[in-house]
Each structure stands twice: as structure tokens, then as C-alpha cells.
Design a protein around this ligand. Sequence first.
Ligand code: ZN
Length: 231
Amino acid sequence: MKPCAPMKYEACIGLETHVMQKTQTKMFCGCKHEYGAEPNTNVCPVCLGYPGALPVLNAKAIELCCKAGLLLGCEINPHSKWDRKNYFYPDMSKNYQITQADQPLCLGGQIVTEVNGELKTFTLERIHQEENAAKNTHAANGSLVDYNRAGTALMEIVSNPCMHSADDAFAYIQALKLIMEYGGISDCDMEKGHMRSDVNVSVRPVGQEKLGEKVEIKNMNSPSFIVEAIN
Ligand SMILES: [Zn+2]
């Protein structure tokens, strides 16, 4: 009897990358967007989520998001809207985040880059605009919240699960970082948390179309961590 050929598997990898935009003020209020300021000094009723506070859109953030979309070959959605993502957590004092669910600003798009000498195309699903959460710092005897980051402009760039190795993901994130930097969209300073990725990985038999069960590794702030997480 002939032995069965061993089944071959492939990884399918998608990245959700949060990029903090280079704006002077926050997404929905006039508070300064400034790194390293004294905690809880760049805050107001809007970004602290006081009842009755009215958010006002930051035009520069929309301009930068559309510019990012054009640089990545996205279609700019002529009609876009905002949604509330409800969750209870100390880093979001309103108990909801303003984001875009079904009508994001940018649709589709792609990144073409070289991986080990081979030119590859990685397709995007969408880019949506949202607001950042505050920053929690956990110490042994308690937790601290700094609302200076709450409400700063944040884009989420969502790729399709079109990558198949850590090398693919590394090349993708490096190319994305360069495009964001040279386009003036973001400084992409990883240490300041300007760029963070959630990595979705699933495994399926080669030849199968349906994706396998997905595992999400959240908040990777450097390309080398992304590579380690995938491997
Ligand atoms: Zn504010």
C-alpha cells in the first residue's frame, strides 16, 4: 500500500495597523496632540467624554486619511459616516469609541513591494478613521490613566489575509511605514506608539479556499515583534 502524502499547510496573515496621524490637535476637539506633556493636561469636556459635549471634526485628519488612501491606491468613499463602538474600559471615558464600521473613508488599495527579491502585491480591505484611547500604565499597587492621548487622530489600515509568511508581513509593514513617513501622514515613531499592528494568523491545508480558525495577536509595536509573533 502506498503511504499517504503528508498534508501541506499554509499560513494566511492579515494586519490591522493603527497609524497616529500628524495633526496639531485631536480628532474631535481643539486639545493639543503633543507627546510627553504632563499627564492629563491636554484634555477638555469633549475628549473626557462629559455628557452633552459636542465633537467637531478635525479637517486635517480627514485630509491626511484621504491622502494615505490615495498613496495606497484606495478608492475614496464619497459617502462616509461615523459609528460608536461601545465598550467599558478606563481608557475610554465615554464608554464608546467614535470609529467607522460600514462606511470607511477609503476602500481597497494595495502595497507592492519586494520580498526576498520577488515583487509581491498585498491588497488592502479598507482604511477607516477613528479616535485613539487614553494610555493606561499599570504599576504594582494600582493603575494610572493619562487622557492626553484620548481622542487623538488614528487611522486603521486593514489588509486582506493575503500574506503567507513572516517575511511577507515584514516587507508589508516596512513599505507601509515608508509610505506614511514620506507622505507626511505620520512620523511612525514606534517608540511613541505611532504605529501598532494587530496580527491575524490562520492556517489551512494548501489548496483549500476557506480560511482556518483565526488567532489575533494584538498591539505589536515593532516589525521584529510582528515577525516573532507570526513565527
Ligand atoms: Zn479635548
